[in-house]
Design a protein around this ligand. Structure first.
Ligand SMILES: [Zn+2]
Length: 155
């Protein structure tokens, strides 16, 4: 089976909440696509409830695009401790940190309907929790976001 970069990260050596450059891939034409690990909760010490994570996905999908150019994808992690962000190009981690912080502030303040929540627009439109999503965003901001280096597992 192919190697997966995130399985090489020592999840016991990171300190959430953080922004981490998870990897950079080159297209055949030489363009860079960068993937970032945007971690809200400390791994293995809790998990965001599925409904709250789903709402975070909907809100951050829009807000990260407001604050960062060339977003390809925003996806929740299966472990429910954060989200992945893929962008065209190689923005530095400080730029992504600023964008993530601004997006979390927008999320914490979001008091309108959640975008994309209808049977037509979403695959599980009943499964949302705006109050909990706002609370997770606020807690991450209160703890202070930082840039996290990748600490590789020693195998
Ligand atoms: Zn949805």
């Amino acid at each position: 089976m192919a190697n997966v970069e995130s399985f090489d990260l020592d999840h016991t050596k990171v300190h959430a909440p953080y922004v981490r450059l998870a990897g950079v891939k080159r297209t055949p034409r030489g363009d860079a696509i960068s993937k970032y690990d945007l971690r809200l909760l400390q791994p293995n010490q809790g998990a965001i409830e599925p409904a709250a994570l789903h709402t975070l996905e909907h809100l951050l999908a829009g807000y990260l695009r407001d604050h960062l150019d060339s977003v390809v994808d925003v996806s929740p992690m299966g472990c429910r401790t954060g989200i992945y962000l893929a962008v065209i190009g190689e923005p530095n981690e400080q730029e992504v940190l600023q964008a993530f912080g601004a997006s979390l502030r927008d999320t914490a303040a979001h008091d309108r309907p959640i975008p994309g929540v209808s049977e037509l627009e979403c695959g599980n439109y009943r499964d949302h929790d705006l109050a909990a999503a706002r609370q997770h965003a606020r807690e991450a901001l209160d703890q202070g976001l930082k840039v996290q280096e990748t600490v590789l597992l020693q195998r």
